[in-house]
Write a new protein. Sequence first.
Length: 81
Amino acid sequence: MGDVSTQVKSLMAGLAQGSVSREEAADWAMARIKDESAGYSSDATLWTALDRLAGADLQQGPGMYLHGEEDFRSWLADFDG
């Protein structure tokens, strides 16, 4: 799971810096969440991070995203522990 953790951290940092799109991060995370055989749900910190990334592209209205760069920085800080 180390490789996935590295990718999670990279995507969160990219979101915070604006170099990764919300949709790219959400799509990547959803693929991991759907892969039940990988066992990601057994690691609470990783699972929470994947869940957050999967919701990175949620909108509260047309063109208005629910989460912003401040949220992404907070997620990264939480993940880094």
